[in-house]
Design a protein around this ligand. Structure first.
Ligand SMILES: [Mg+2]
Length: 303
């Protein structure tokens, strides 16, 4: 989860960690994606007292073959589309109109898109604890994240075609070294002499809203594909109300399956914080009430 903070990269801008925490127990911390907007990254810990809402999502991501099969499909389609993109000089996942002569690149989020932090999240369930920037940082420094199924083979293929691979993550700049070591050991393409790890706060204008970092890549490259697990990995229209996000999705949905690819992440994300208006100061109970309120249930008629 934490990675969520970083992982998420929501337009909001907390840190992935925070996001995780929030998801887990409705703590006061904002997720990574929302972190930048939060005034403090440190959650006011509210120990969960009941069943943990993260259990099923974490179990699915860490132990199900269904999750593995799902991500394999995403990266298999990514490879098919990459071949199409390389054969089409007008192709751009960022609607670039002047990029035909630029070298090709793709952009991936890290947490829960390219690397798997489900062990951290599972630990939050088994210890009945919330995400915290301290434990999240310890997790990143442990360099124990795993590869999301299918991603390494896909990235090695893209690399073999001369495509530059950029990682835009809301993990913080001071976590870059450990993140690089973790990923290099797993076999990810590392970018050679180009800095392809674009971290949150690495430059003052690089906030949890990833748009400036996408623009940074687009200056010198034709961006063929985007991969993420959060709407804000693709657009700055990920924040806002549920209705606003639905409207943005309707406007942008033709990208998905063509040049944008969304990994499933039921454990955290802007989809969840949107349900409680991105108000990380609400109590766990208040957040749960808002989420239940957001449901559209059918119930049987009273007997
Ligand atoms: Mg992510």
């Amino acid at each position: 989860m934490m990675p969520r903070l970083s992982r998420l990269s929501a337009s909001g801008s907390i840190t992935a960690l925070a996001a995780v925490a929030c998801l887990i127990a409705g703590s006061a911390v904002a997720p990574a994606w929302a972190q930048d907007q939060a005034t403090s990254a440190e959650p006011a810990m509210a120990s969960p007292t009941g069943p943990n809402d993260l259990l099923n999502a974490t179990l699915w991501m860490q132990r199900s073959v269904e999750y593995k099969a799902n991500s394999l499909v995403i990266y298999a389609l990514g490879r098919v589309r990459l071949d199409e993109a390389l054969a089409d000089p007008s192709w751009s996942a960022l609607d670039q109109s002047d990029a035909a002569d630029k070298p090709a690149a793709i952009i991936l989020d890290l947490d829960e898109t390219a690397i798997d932090n489900s062990a951290y999240e599972s630990g939050l369930v088994t210890t009945n604890s919330d995400y915290s920037s301290k434990t999240w940082d310890a997790w990143t420094k442990a360099e124990d994240a795993k590869a999301v199924p299918g991603v390494i083979d896909f990235l090695k293929y893209a690399d073999s075609k001369g495509v530059k691979i950029f990682y835009i993550t809301n993990r913080n700049a001071d976590q870059e070294e450990a993140t690089r070591a973790n990923m290099e050991a797993l076999g990810y393409p590392m970018g050679g002499n180009v800095d392809t790890f674009l971290m949150n706060k690495e430059k003052p204008e690089w906030t949890s809203d990833k748009t400036p970092r996408r623009d940074h890549v687009a200056k010198d490259y034709r961006v063929l594909e985007l991969f993420g697990d959060n709407f804000n990995d693709f657009t700055d229209k990920a924040s806002g109300t549920m209705d606003e996000r639905e409207a943005a999705f309707e406007e942008l949905k033709d990208h998905f399956g063509k040049d944008w690819f969304m990994l499933a992440n039921p454990t955290y994300g802007s989809w969840e914080s949107t349900a409680y208006d991105n108000n990380y100061k609400l109590s766990t109970e208040e957040k749960r009430a808002k989420k239940v309120e957001a449901l559209k249930p059918w119930t049987p008629a009273a007997q």
